[in-house]
Write a protein that binds this ligand. Structure first.
Ligand code: NAD
Length: 312
């Protein structure tokens, strides 16, 4: 059903999504508003594919074939007109998305499916102006999309279940792990879970209970070590639900319940400590530091991906 995939928006997410489909054997068209953005995306994809060659996950011939399957264009009509699936990955600004959807409705093939990589907009809001006759779905990839397997699928109440299944099959065919939400909810699944945990992490650092580094270690060496293979609900079953009842009853009353961003984040943002992009957040960074840390992160993700592929 899906042969050509167009990705609209070639930024952080779009370039990773395009790479995943190209490596998976699909023809990919990448569109952005300026050639310089496409050039940057092309460079990023090339570097990320080289990482796979370096780790032995891809041969040089496969890398070249994947690159050969991606076409870059600033012409939306061309990108939309040839695709069986159009994945929108432009900034999280509703008017930008709606304006793009108006154009896509004009240019796309009648049977083509449109999906959005939105992280926050409900599907009902996205389709409030252009419904695409039900051929619209949310496919929420995780950053870095070329390495993280999860893709959350959000459908509307009346979305054809065959369409959901065919998008799911497509994602499985490129080695992704799709999950389908049974109903719409703000933040979907993974970001709700992540935000709940991060609220408490920032609260612990803010209260002076532990340094950021030790809070991070408490996750990466503890619960996070298990979570790559055993999720939280199964862990509760393994531990015993009577035990977990006591854990909740004893700890839940003390957990942070702030409704907006944690105080510590507000304080850092107000002093322009935004993380790697300004050289300081909870940690301090130099330019080289960041590049080295990202490379190390990507190598760990590759290794973990390999272990998961073998064991699942
Ligand atoms: N960054 C993340 O971690 C992340 C994770 C999951 C989902 N998302 C979601 O993915 C989407 C894209 O986020 P991003 O981080 O890749 O943004 P980004 O700013 O890195 O990239 C967006 C790209 O879209 C291009 N663009 C803007 N308007 C366009 C148009 N009309 N036509 C074609 N291209 C256009 C921009 O030039 C830019 O290159 C957003 O909806 C975001 O919420 C982001």
């Amino acid at each position: 059903m899906f042969k050509t995939i167009s990705v609209i928006g070639s930024g952080v997410m779009g370039s990773g999504i395009a790479q995943s489909f190209a490596v998976g054997g699909y023809s990919v068209i990448v569109n952005d508003i300026k050639q310089e953005f496409l050039d940057k995306a092309k460079k990023n994809i090339h570097e990320n594919l080289n990482l796979l060659v370096g780790s032995g996950d891809l041969t040089e011939a496969d890398r070249n074939a994947a690159l050969g399957r991606i076409r870059f264009t600033t012409d939306l009509k061309e990108a939309a007109g040839e695709a069986d699936l159009i994945i929108e990955a432009i900034p999280e600004v509703i008017d930008l998305k709606w304006n793009l959807y108006d154009d896509l409705a004009t240019y796309k093939k009648p049977d083509a499916v449109v999906s959005s990589n939105t992280s926050t907009f409900p599907i009902t809001k996205l389709t409030a102006r252009e419904s695409f006759d039900g051929k619209f779905i949310i496919t929420h990839f995780f950053n870095p999309a070329n390495l993280v397997p999860l893709v959350e699928i959000v459908k509307k109440k009346d979305t054809d279940l065959n369409l959901v299944q065919s998008v799911k099959n497509l994602l499985l065919s490129i080695g992704k792990t799709p999950v389908v939400l049974k109903k719409e909810i703000n933040g979907f699944i993974a970001n709700r879970l992540q935000t709940a945990l991060m609220r408490e992490a920032f609260s612990l650092v803010g209260q002076g209970v532990a340094d950021a580094d030790d809070v991070d270690k408490a996750i990466t060496a503890g619960p996070g070590f298990r979570w790559a293979f055993v999720g939280p609900t199964r862990i509760a079953d393994f531990g015993g639900l009577d035990t977990w009842k006591r854990v909740f009853d004893n700890i839940a009353p003390d957990l942070d319940k702030s409704e907006g961003a944690p105080e510590l984040i507000n304080k850092l943002v107000s002093t322009h400590k935004l993380g790697t992009k300004t050289g300081e957040g909870l940690y301090k960074y130099s330019g080289d530091d960041v590049r080295a840390q990202l490379k190390k992160r990507d190598n760990y993700f590759l290794e973990l991906g390999r272990i998961k592929k073998v064991n699942e």
